[in-house]
Design a protein around this ligand. Structure first.
Ligand code: DX5
Ligand code: ZN
Length: 330
């Protein structure tokens, strides 16, 4: 637990706007890692939401970092207000018609993370002149403006991995965010494309839905996608899965276990599903982690054949000397 890499930013766009303090506290309690705040000016996008006053109001209500996503035409004009409101990161759109660099510099000078967002139709190359000033790239997988739209798969595939390349100047702490239509359906794909922050909006605020479960599910799926991608598209082997490598009578099983463990591979001996021996005791299963199954095969397949032959000889001898004991009634 807690080993995954995907982080969830809960977008409060679709929360109850009459009670944002409650919304952020709830998201925190249910396991969100950040709060994503969609600021819209009715000009850059055809919708209107909240401003710096609201952000200032919720700042003391949660310990979580606040990510502002400014969908406004003139971020430069208002940037100080968003900084003062207590945003931890501020991301605005590269498509605006005003100089971008001074605003990025102002955000960074205030010690906050600076980001640029791209609409679905905007190529990443638009970010090229500013890449050295970026802590965050936010890739939009819906048209900005509203929650609850469908995820644009092709945009995600085209841009998410590529966005990481744009952040190579920052060895630690750079983040790719994906925003729009992220939910349990799309989480595995975006996780596999190495995204750091999944912005989840409407999927969290469905009436009667368990928000915590949704967050856990989206995270787990994103991490699974990431593991798949590290594993060349093959299903990852769970770290806790064990497989049976050999079945032997107890005294031989113990000896073989010590030999395998001498090579650094942990073995669990279980009185398992093997056949009964003339001493009335079942064979023991020697279980090894599935992640090293191939290695153990390579090292010890010949030894196993030898041990099995020994076991056969021992059974015959034992039976000759003591006769067969009937298996206990199970
Ligand atoms: C849309 C916003 C998103 C929005 C996502 O313009 O930028 O942050 O809240 O909502 P869903 O997850 O419903 O697409
Ligand atoms: Zn957003």
């Amino acid at each position: 637990m807690g080993t995954g890499r995907a982080r969830i930013a809960a977008s409060i766009l679709d929360a109850d706007h009459s009670n944002m303090a409650y919304a952020v506290r709830r998201a925190e309690k249910e396991g969100a890692d950040r709060i994503h705040i969609d600021v819209m000016d009715g000009h850059f996008v055809p919708n209107l939401t909240f401003g710096p006053k609201m952000i200032e109001g919720i700042r003391p209500r949660t310990e979580l970092p606040l990510d502002a996503h400014l969908m406004i035409s003139e971020p430069g004009r208002f940037i100080d207000e968003y900084i003062e409101a207590g945003c931890d990161s501020i991301t605005f759109h590269v498509e605006i018609d005003e100089p971008i660099e001074p605003t990025l510099r102002a955000i960074r000078a205030a010690g906050r993370a600076a980001g640029l967002a791209v609409r679905p139709a905007t190529p990443l190359t638009a970010l090229e002149p500013y890449r050295h000033l970026l802590d965050i790239i936010l890739v939009m997988t819906v048209e900005p403006g509203f929650g609850g739209q469908s995820f644009m798969r092709d945009v995600a595939k085209e841009k998410l991995l590529a966005a990481r390349e744009y952040l190579t100047h920052k060895v630690h702490g750079a983040e790719v965010h994906v925003d729009g239509g992220v939910n349990r359906e799309s989480a595995e794909l975006v996780g596999g494309l190495g995204v750091d922050i999944l912005v989840v909006g409407s999927a969290l605020w469905i009436k009667g839905h368990d928000m915590g479960r949704e967050i856990r599910l989206v995270k787990a799926l994103a991490d699974e996608g990431y593991q798949y991608c590290l594993n060349d598209g093959k299903p990852p082997i769970p770290r806790d899965k064990m497989v049976t490598f050999a079945q032997l009578p107890k005294h031989l099983a113990w000896q073989f276990m010590r030999e395998i463990e001498a090579g650094g591979v942990p073995v669990i001996p279980l009185r398992g599903s093997g056949g009964f021996n003339p001493d009335g005791v079942r064979d023991y299963d020697l279980m090894v982690p599935a992640t090293v199954e191939e290695l153990v095969e390579e090292r010890h397949a010949d030894d196993r054949a030898r041990y099995e032959a020994d076991a056969e000889r021992w059974r015959e001898e034992y039976a000759r000397e003591h006769g067969w004991t009937d298996p206990p009634n199970l």
